[in-house]
Design a protein around this ligand. Structure first.
Ligand code: TIU
Length: 222
């Protein structure tokens, strides 16, 4: 059955919850907490925490509606063999693979690489480890979505202009309709946050739609 978010931008967004997946991008300690990769890149990580309660509410609603839920984690093998030099050399204080207060930065299995306590996946939800910014790149995401009959995506998480936007563009190219709940994504840069959302909806939803989590939840509950 179609669900409609009337107030979505740039116009109403319609989706069937049974063929829609919620993708929560990279809500890991390394991006959200002090001492992680986000801070090592020189950022103030505070805006990341503000979206946690909104994400919790949205997750609960999607769980209630038996929707497919996917949690992604950006990170690398301990030997860094899946991390290109172009990524390994980015940073300013602590680089990927180096030891930080939460373990080796963005390395799988380390404390900092894992999800924040507030947004841990529930049993049966999919955890997708990805080496890049695009959740489709070098992962089995497309295969999973195809096997589950998914046609639409709700994309949230961090950061708006990096992993969220990159995944939205990749999803759009693959034929998925997508909506980004604006209060369930965050950036270290206020201006990038808004510009990214504008870029997604511009030109008649060139990449996808944007709504509020309240409007999305209300549409699902009605
Ligand atoms: N630096 C930054 O804004 N983001 C990332 O490096 N990864 C994600 O967005 N997950």
């Amino acid at each position: 059955m179609q669900t409609v978010i009337d107030n979505a931008k740039p116009f109403s967004f319609s989706f069937d919850p049974q063929s829609t997946a919620l993708i929560v991008i990279d809500m890991q300690r390394d991006f959200v907490l002090k001492g992680g990769f986000g801070e090592a890149l020189g950022n103030n990580v505070e805006p990341m925490s503000a979206i946690i309660p909104n994400l919790q509410k949205l997750l609960e609603c999607c769980r209630k509606h038996n929707m497919l839920i996917i949690h992604t984690r950006e990170g690398h093998r301990a030997d860094l063999s899946d991390c290109p030099k172009a990524k390994l050399t980015r940073g300013n204080k602590t680089f990927i693979g180096e030891m930080g207060p939460m373990g080796r930065i963005l390395v799988r299995g380390e404390y900092g690489h894992d999800f924040i306590d507030e947004l841990r996946p529930k049993e049966g939800e999919i955890v997708l480890d990805k080496p890049g910014k695009d959740a489709f790149y070098a992962t089995d995401l497309e295969l999973i979505l195809q096997n589950k009959g998914i046609k639409s995506l709700i994309v949230c998480g961090v950061t708006t202009e990096v992993c969220v936007q990159t995944t939205c563009r990749a999803a759009n190219d693959r034929g998925y309709e997508l909506v980004v709940p604006s209060d369930c994504t965050a950036s270290y840069f206020k201006e990038f946050y808004q510009t990214t959302l504008d870029m997604i909806t511009a030109q008649g939803a060139i990449i996808g739609w944007v709504c509020t989590s309240n409007d999305l939840i209300k549409a699902l509950e009605d």
